[in-house]
Design a protein. Sequence first.
Length: 136
Amino acid sequence: MVSEAVLEGVGLAIYVIIAFVFCLSSLLLAKIVSPSRPNPRKTMTYECGQIPTEPTKARFTIQYYPYAVIYAIYGALAIILLLAAPSISAMPVDQLWIVILILGAFAFALMGAIMTLQPVVKRRGGGVVSQTHRTD
């Protein structure tokens, strides 16, 4: 006979798998169904919905976006751990894989965000100059 704890763990694993499959299938369906009509106007620099009046030098870079992602990841992790702390301390040792799964998912997302933070640098004349702050 299978214990109730094993059934709960299997149910949680099935739920996580269904959630991932649903997310991936939704993205794939959107990619297949959505129309793709390339247009030079779509690639223009955005200026509050108006047509640009003069040529722009560069697109606006979102350089602080990865920091916001990291903050959101840590915020969600803190809330989950805060709410789950009483049940984690009372959890049997053989069920701690659930906590490890959650922490691993957050660590994976955090590592992806950190990898986008690596600066793009280029050597010039013996010094390191960031490409975002170059003056040509």
